[in-house]
Ligand binder design. Sequence first.
Ligand code: ACO
Length: 331
Amino acid sequence: MSAIEKIKAKAKLNIKHIVLPEGSEPRTVQAAAQIVAQGIANVTLLGNSEEIAKVAAETSTDLKGVLIVDPAHSDKSADYAALLFELRKAKGMTTEQATELATKNTLYYGALMLKNGDADGMVAGAINSTGDVLRPALQIIKTAPGIKVVSSCFIMELEDKQWGDDGVMIFGDCAVIPNPSAEELAAIAIASAATGKQLVDMDPRVAMLSFSTKGSAKHDFVTKVQEATKIAHESAPDLKLDGELQADAALVASVGQLKSPGSTVAGQANVLVFPDLQSGNIGYKLVQRLAGAEAVGPIIQGLAKPVSDLSRGCSVDDVVSVVAITAVKAQ
Ligand code: ACO
């Protein structure tokens, strides 16, 4: 069974309610029907019901069992606008702006459903940028208790099974924090390990990547990774984590033992933590394209309720998979 099939099976064991704000987007409409038919999650599509029905007819999709809510005509919109105003008034939001967002912007309406306990998770991004999907989540749902920062990771499924756990690896952060501080990098490492545990039953071995291994090079960039490694060790003393490591020292046993002798991570890492978003985003796309890996994500970690971002190039199957991941994160 592939990693994503296992996640779908987990989702079916405890069904959650996922809201899809891009309700009239054709791939989303088709995915909603499949998700409900397969028993992966209960789904609400947000948007104009006539438009959604038109897309369903054009794509021969049967929306039986899928809920449809139009924020412009919903009974809840006034309460959500009041909730949004309360949450954002200190940041200068007016009641008019809150009403506008709660009734016309489905990404805000979806985030408000989660905040109000009316849905368990949200998935969007088929037609919106990562920033536009995350901003309402960061402003409204905010971080989980005890978590300072929201970040992301990908589940990478490689054809070559020698890497990670039978070809399955976690890469973080490849989508959210452009230039993390040492504290934020430590938080990304701990959160990525937890996601690996939660979603693919991984026993995480975390490599803090750099262009240096154990002081082989000196630079401010390297110092940041060394500091992050120290902070992560202090915050999560039981986590198997080593740094700073070059990618080959993290992955190849002979190189790992040479450059970081005695390490429980070097040469056998299954979680790779990149020092910044440029390296993380480039790194996952290179592995996806050059090695033909399946890249599942970005999986957003650290929010009080799960919100997931889709790639704008996503397929119907991708939407189904990301909803399954979000549902499992909500369990
Ligand atoms: N964790 C927790 N809170 C955060 C984070 C974070 N990582 N980032 C911002 N916030 C909070 C801020 O403190 C602020 O809170 P407040 O308004 O209550 O004070 C709120 O979120 C909004 O912050 P802004 O700085 O105004 O938001 P910004 O416009 O910077 O957006 C975002 C944040 C969207 C995460 C931004 O960092 C971003 O665009 N990141 C890159 C996304 C991207 O383009 N990724 C690559 C493509 S994805 C792919 O290829 C798979």
